[in-house]
Write a protein that binds this ligand. Structure first.
Ligand code: HEC
Length: 132
């Protein structure tokens, strides 16, 4: 007697086997999805110590007005990819000098940080902004 005939002879068992395989398949899809998620996180390069320090300054001083993970605005423009474009939101060239000026001296509705932050902190901030 072949295997096929055996399973046909026992439809209840076949149904049970199918549902076990179905559950196993669902589990695989679920785990694969989780694996995918964690591997895409792992694909992001870790921040260097300087970028980490910049992120700490950003989280304390800038995040309330600037979303780091989106280009949509809070009180100020979102800064995702700010240095990956040719120009800053104001139209000034997207380079460290222009961004440093904006941070030090402020802009229309942005306060300046020249007295609130040390030069090193602003350099750390710029390093972090390059990772966005
Ligand atoms: C009180 C809200 C506020 C805070 C806090 C703030 N900003 Fe801004 N920022 C703004 C606004 C509003 C603009 C848009 C200014 C304009 O009208 O050109 C802006 C613009 C900018 C720009 C773009 C400049 C350009 O030339 O387009 C950069 C870069 C920037 N901010 C970085 C920062 C950083 C880094 C911090 C933290 C040290 C910070 N901002 C803190 C409100 C803020």
């Amino acid at each position: 007697m072949s295997l096929f005939q055996k399973t046909r002879a026992l439809p209840g068992t076949l149904a049970a086997q199918l549902s076990i395989w179905g559950i196993a398949l669902l589990l695989c899809v679920f785990l694969a999805g989780m694996g995918c998620h964690s591997s895409s996180d792992a694909a992001l390069p870790p921040l260097t110590p300087q970028e980490e320090r910049g992120k700490a300054v950003y989280d304390a001083r800038c995040v309330a007005c600037h979303d780091p993970y989106s280009t949509s605005g809070r009180q100020g423009p979102g800064l995702k990819g700010v240095f990956r474009k040719q120009s800053l939101p104001s139209g000034a060239p997207a380079n460290d000098d222009r961004a440093r000026d904006a941070i030090m001296f402020g802009r229309r509705n942005m306060p300046g940080f020249q007295y609130a932050l040390e030069e090193q902190q602003i350099s750390d901030l710029l390093a972090y902004l390059h990772t966005l």
